[in-house]
Design a protein around this ligand. Structure first.
Ligand SMILES: C=C(O[C@@H]1C=C(C(=O)O)C=C[C@H]1O)C(=O)O
Ligand SMILES: [Mg+2]
Length: 427
């Protein structure tokens, strides 16, 4: 690590102002396994971003920002022109936030790649100082600790009565033919007796919630958005894109026999199949104008720690000029987290749910010229520091279709919330 750090410092010090490119970068790599969450835990530079991929041995973490984009089309243009990566995403309500980090760490197959970005269009001395500071962060790690904090519930946006009422309103819209699906969610708040470190919490979740993407976004010290999601928004390699419809839920317990019964039931249940097919339909319809070819794979079951889901993978060949700006706009928010038709579903949620989803059910990921990876930020929570305590707001939602039963949907969101909640002790 020391070599890596001093190597980067030498590169930064040798850098002369360049009029040739807007951004200069300094790169170094080493065969090394590092705990990126332990590194992030030691840092005071923001924003902080972290993504541990679901299907590949890739984890990325970043600190700071050099350039910021609040429009995904501008972000895409920058990525294509500069051939540089941007991290970030879109909130549920499609507010884009993408940035070129000051420092990007990528763990790919146990090789650590470090890149520091220098903005040639900013004050030279300030940039040089910021880059040197960034290099020095590689010297600092703080050991991760297990989360033992006790929490107690302080509130929820919907109790079972309110929830039932929301669902009945949704079912009425479905019956009248205004909607075919709407994904309602709840927010539950907890307070801890001692501060909970978001990185410790996410590290614990990585251990327990396998088969997921693990993400963290902290724009400042006091608040972090974290989660472990089973759902991919899409991945892109050049013009080849893979997305998926993940919807339809059954229970998982520690009884393998019962789990198998649930799997069999899930694969044959008409309501859950309908829930899933509506997501396929929404994604395919929206992508149609932008693809040369699109194919839907057979249904499969994705098993997690508390729940199992129906999944249909979707492969598409994007038209030549189509890139991430369009992909994000057309897929997000999919019918897995909003509903169908998309606009009416989102409007219904805005007037029904009594809270702001913010990053919950938004999308987070990384955009590059030839590659992109975005997850759907569900099974997520905000962790806010309030003196010696932490407030945790956990979100969970369920797709409502004809035939949905309010209390069963309630049990479904409780199970989904427990993927994060079970990491803590509830008093
Ligand atoms: C909305 C959430 O999950 C979504 C809803 C599902 C369902 O209703 O069956 C399944 C997976 C996700 O698409 C959530 O976890 O908050
Ligand atoms: Mg469901």
């Amino acid at each position: 690590m020391e070599n890596l750090c001093s190597g980067l410092i030498k590169q930064i010090q040798a850098h002369k102002l360049s009029a040739l490119s807007a951004i200069t970068y300094f790169k170094s790599e080493m065969q090394l396994t590092v705990e990126l969450l332990a590194w992030l835990k030691a840092q005071e530079m923001y924003p902080q971003f972290y993504l541990n991929y679901r299907d590949e041995p890739i984890t990325i973490a970043s600190l700071g920002k050099v350039r910021l984009f609040s429009d995904e089309k501008m972000a895409q243009q920058f990525v294509q022109q500069q051939d540089l990566p941007l991290v970030g995403g879109l909130t549920f309500s499609k507010q884009a936030k993408f940035w070129l980090p000051r420092l990007l760490l990528e763990n790919i197959d146990n090789i650590l790649h470090v890149t520091i970005y220098f903005d040639n269009e900013q004050d030279f001395v300030t940039e040089q100082h910021a880059c040197l500071q960034a290099a020095k962060t590689l010297e600092k790690f703080t050991a991760l600790q297990s989360v033992k904090q006790v929490v107690h519930k302080i509130g929820q946006k919907a109790n079972t009565e309110v929830w039932t009422n929301w669902i009945e309103q949704g079912l009425a819209e479905i019956k009248q033919g205004h909607l075919s699906k709407v994904v309602l969610a709840n927010q539950t708040e907890f307070l801890s007796n001692q501060p909970i470190d978001a990185k410790d919490f996410l590290a614990e979740s990585e251990q327990q919630n396998t088969g997921c993407y693990h993400f963290l976004l902290a724009e400042q010290a006091e608040c972090a958005f974290v989660g472990s999601t089973p759902e991919r928004l899409y991945t892109r390699q050049g013009q080849h894109m893979q997305t998926e419809a993940l919807a339809g839920t059954a229970t998982i317990t520690d009884n393998p026999q019962y789990n198998q019964q649930q799997t069999d039931w899930l694969l044959n249940d008409r309501k859950n199949d309908h829930e899933n097919r509506l997501v396929v339909q929404g994604i395919c319809e929206n992508l149609q104008p932008y693809v040369n070819h699109i194919a839907v794979c057979d249904v499969e079951v994705k098993q997690l720690r508390q729940v199992q889901h129906l999944r249909r993978c979707i492969q598409a060949e994007l038209k030549n000029n189509v890139a991430d700006g369009v992909c994000l706009q057309t897929i997000h928010p999919s019918a897995a987290v909003s509903g169908l038709p998309q606009q009416s579903a989102v409007q219904f949620l805005q007037k029904t749910e009594n809270f702001d989803r913010s990053w919950y059910a938004g999308t987070l990921g990384i955009m590059r010229k030839l590659q992109a990876e975005f997850c759907v930020a569900i099974r997520s929570a905000f962790i806010e520091q309030q003196g010696e305590q932490s407030k945790i707001r956990i979100f969970a939602g369920a797709g409502i279709v004809a035939g949905s039963v309010p209390l069963l949907e309630w049990q479904e969101i409780e199970r989904k919330a427990s993927s994060l909640l079970s990491l803590l002790t509830i008093e």
